[in-house]
Design a protein around this ligand. Sequence first.
Ligand SMILES: Nc1ncnc2c1ncn2[C@@H]1O[C@H](COP(=O)(O)OP(=O)(O)OP(=O)(O)O)[C@@H](O)[C@H]1O
Ligand SMILES: [Mg+2]
Length: 284
Amino acid sequence: MADQAEKLRDMVDKKKKADKTHKVIAVTSGKGGVGKTNIVVNMAMLLSGIGKKVVVFDADLGLANVDILLGIKTKYSLIDVIKSGKKMSEIMIKVNDNLSIIPAGNGVEDIANINEPSFNKVKDELRSVVKDIDILLVDTGAGISRKVTFFLKSSEDIIVVATPEPTSIADAYAMIKIMFLNYKKENIKIFVNMAKNENEAVSVYENINKICKNFLKKEFKSAGFALYDKKLPLCVREQKAISEIAPDGKFSVSMKKMINNIFKENVKIYDNPVKRFFSSIFGG
Ligand SMILES: Nc1ncnc2c1ncn2[C@@H]1O[C@H](COP(=O)(O)OP(=O)(O)OP(=O)(O)O)[C@@H](O)[C@H]1O
Ligand SMILES: [Mg+2]
């Protein structure tokens, strides 16, 4: 009897350990300036707010932005891991109890041209810090360059962000094609940002997916969408995460829906009961 109880406890412990394995999600795009960094930062704030242990890895080498968006001053960055042998844990910055960021370093020209051994060193260091976390969010640069594809190759899930602009749609497809054909990535999701309304977001998603279906014979799931929110550029200027400043605003609500969709969480969509009331009557 005691034996059986022990076996059961072992099984539960093993299951708990398996559940604890982190998820690596990279947010990327074909075209630049589509909202990747804002999406990553606000996903991170919201996920950490529901108790998930999150690390944001700013992989936009040479053009890093995550620290700037959060108004955080950094002393060290990835360049110190690569060049001066610092540990990843030494350069990480704690934003709150559940969230830390790994800054990439700004305006450092040669960091964008790092070689394969340096990339691998970064990868090894990353492995050491993500052991005990739930989610590693990777903010990559835009476009298909080696420094972007390196990080995408190592991510379990990839979210490709597109906006309704035709150039962004074409570039999102180009990114998906490379990831799918060259790197055999199947776990790609499409996120539409800066849409006028839900109809426009759905049509952009369907448009990209139709191109994928025609040319790659493969369809990809939607990660959700975010509406254009005029408050967002103001928060960027203030260096504050919009999900903190305007949790019931269009962008924050979209982010919460995205988290519920991807992580099967149950984040409360509206903080304000009046907004919740109107949304239940009028939808949205
Ligand atoms: N849903 C939105 N509504 C309004 N403005 C937005 C929205 N999403 C992003 N923006 C604005 O677009 C600009 C670019 O956003 P962001 O820096 O997050 O893009 P990015 O894809 O990370 O850019 P890069 O490719 O340069 O790294 C910012 O000024 C931000 O305020
Ligand atoms: Mg960015």
